[in-house]
Design a binder for this molecule. Structure first.
Ligand SMILES: *[C@@H]1O[C@H](CO)[C@@H](O)[C@H](O)[C@H]1NC(C)=O
Length: 377
């Protein structure tokens, strides 16, 4: 009798352990790293908008197809030697590890939570899918976002400066800053984070073994102008309760309507997940807007790793809603191959019924599985 009870208790304990193992497939911890940069930043001839009306005017001019506003605004370059505190998260697989680390950079209007959308067991959680496949992942708040440093939004938080910040982080990680050695580091970006990743492949071609560019394409900038025009750009301190931004040079998407216009394809996104992500959305700076595409404006001639582009068929920013559009017979996601003349392999995946923020759509599990099998190939 007593031994029967002990046996029953043992079975309960075993069941509990099995359950714990299947729900905790990840081992995550917060990590703060210091990015040291020594570069030149663009000298941008503007000041923080004094009012919302001045910000709207800035967006109006920036999104004109013919005013060529960013080029007019940049008058030179200025040395920028700084150290920034960058807040990130390291998630390791609890099972067998492949020794590969994904280094993930989010895009405009997000923070690091884009890579863990929906929480630990959500099908929209990219980090969990990476861990389930045996890969480690580091994802972080870009400079100016969330718990990372928020310096001057015109002179410092610029698109090419994000490249320097990410390069510094990768250099530290390769030198052991995460107290762990990795056999491979793969750069993963979304949107502006993909532009950052291309910039690293161009300027520091040995930082990443392979790169994965999500929400990214080439050949048509009409979608960027439409989507930024429909951004509803609102001064960050007015748009967000806890923006904690240093000046009016930081702004945010105005409403969920604006967010849907640029980032989502109806009715294929998850309402609860997208609402949470929208309510805690990241900011954008005047400096980033003015220098947006610079890191991806020239080919990464010395990058010899593999390149994967993963862009929703309805991506509004990079394809103006239609990634089947072609330039000289080449679809827009494949036009991006022109940036990588020395890559060992180039492939694109175009999930259907999917907008710019691919992780937030019903297609996410299939997309994540395709990405993880490409990594393993
Ligand atoms: C920054 O780079 C310049 C040029 O390479 C160098 O002369 C200078 O010593 C560097 N500054 C710091 C603080 O590392």
């Amino acid at each position: 009798m007593a031994s029967n009870m002990a046996w029953g208790r043992l079975i309960l304990i075993l069941q509990f352990l099995l359950l714990s193992a299947s729900t905790a497939a990840q081992n995550c911890r917060s990590v703060t790293l210091t990015a040291s940069i020594n570069t030149t930043a663009a000298t941008i001839n503007t000041t923080p908008p004094a009012t919302q009306e001045a910000l709207t005017d800035f967006l109006q001019q920036t999104t004109s197809p013919t005013l060529n506003f960013p080029t007019v605004l940049i008058t030179g370059s200025t040395p920028l030697v700084k150290k920034y505190s960058i807040s990130g998260k390291l998630c390791l697989p609890t099972g067998k590890s492949t020794g590969t680390l994904l280094f993930a950079t989010h895009g405009l209007s997000f923070d690091h939570t884009y890579w863990e959308a929906g929480g630990p067991s959500s099908k929209f959680n990219f980090a969990a899918s990476a861990n389930a496949a045996g890969n480690a992942i580091f994802y972080y708040d870009r400079l100016g976002i969330g718990a990372s440093a928020k310096p001057d939004g015109i002179k410092e938080v610029q698109s090419p400066v994000q490249v320097e910040v990410a390069h510094s982080l990768v250099t530290s990680i390769r030198a052991g800053a995460l107290h762990q050695a990795f056999s491979k580091i793969i750069g993963v970006g979304h949107a502006l984070g993909s532009v950052t990743t291309v910039g690293i492949a161009a300027k520091y071609p040995t930082d990443f073994d392979d790169i994965i560019l999500t929400g990214f394409a080439g050949g048509d900038n009409v979608g960027i102008l439409i989507s930024l025009g429909a951004f509803g750009a609102t001064i960050a301190s007015q748009a967000l309760k806890n923006a904690n931004t240093p000046s009016n040079s930081y702004f945010a998407v105005g409403s969920f309507i604006d967010f849907q216009q640029g980032f989502l394809k109806y009715p294929f996104f998850d309402a609860a997940t997208t609402n949470t992500i929208f309510n805690t959305r990241g900011t954008v700076t005047i400096g980033e807007l003015t220098t947006l595409a610079i890191p991806a404006s020239a080919p990464a001639t010395d990058f010899t790793g593999r390149v994967l582009v993963v862009t929703g068929n309805n991506d509004h920013f990079f394809c103006a809603g239609n990634c089947a559009e072609t330039v000289n017979g080449v679809t827009l996601p494949n036009v991006a191959a022109g940036l990588f003349p020395a890559a060992s392999d180039f492939k694109s995946i175009v999930p259907l019924n999917t907008g710019h923020a691919i992780n937030l759509h019903q297609s996410a599990p299939a997309t994540f599985a395709a990405i993880q099998s490409w990594i393993a190939a």
